[in-house]
Design a binder for this molecule. Sequence first.
Ligand SMILES: [Zn+2]
Length: 325
Amino acid sequence: MRRESYEISTCPVCGSRDAREIASQDDVREEVEALWAFHTRRLRPDTPPARLTDRVAFSQAPPLRVVRCTCGTVYRNPRERAHELLELYGGDAPEPAVLEGLLAAQRPAYDAQAERLTIVAGKPGTGLEVGSYVGGFLAAAADRGWRFAGLDVNPHVNAFARTHGFRVADGDLAAADPEPPVDAVAIWNCLDQLPEPRAALTQASRLVRPGGTLAVRVPNAAFYAGVREHLAGPLAAVARLLLAHNNLLSFPYRQAFTAASLGRLFDETGFEVVERYDDALVPTADEWTRHWAAVEEAIVKQAVRVAGRLGREGAWLELYGKRRR
Ligand SMILES: [Zn+2]
């Protein structure tokens, strides 16, 4: 058993202590149980236990308590101490076959993200991806003419990425020092796990050239907070579906942002927001998913994406910014 050590936290965006509890310890326990029940129903009975565990046991243990700041940011309070996070993410050593599967499965989503980044940037150039993991985005970016390097705290996964020819370094943002500065920094599905998101974007602003692009993808705090309010009411079944299919049930993150709170972080670290994209979680159905469940997943995610196009909050949020000159 891993024993976590915790500390009382303040809002990672605005520093305020003025937050309201949105999920108590009992609420979180109920969300974890609902998540197990959700996946158990949707997977084939012969699914290996390890593949079920992948879906429910996230790298981070469930939160003790989740709060929402007046600025919109949702975060764990208390939270796990920062040094534990590095041990958590640096230590995983999944099988090469599992990593190979992830690389292939993530490719279509990363193609779309690389496309959006290229449109915002105007043309391909040099870049740095923080949290590059198996290299799915590095591959998609290279196909569009970008010269991206990756950065990840997990040396096992980096070794795998290098076997595919990707340029990746071991470490976190504090260790990055590209000279000259790059045309773009991308932080996909990672700022939500970092111990100090403000410090991360401050560092990003030193790495991107003036006029260069910052791309960030995070879980949407407005979606989580708004939908989880219905977990106890007549719409509970729909709320559970929306949260579970978007990997938000039980809040397996350190923090989540709204467009406004992430925009504030962009602004205060030297980036002007130029584009917002509301999305659903990338597809997750695989060979162990029952057919009806794969269809359900596709419908739920398409509905969330369409709602996003119509101006509603997406479950996942991308913000693109330009570094001020
Ligand atoms: Zn705040």
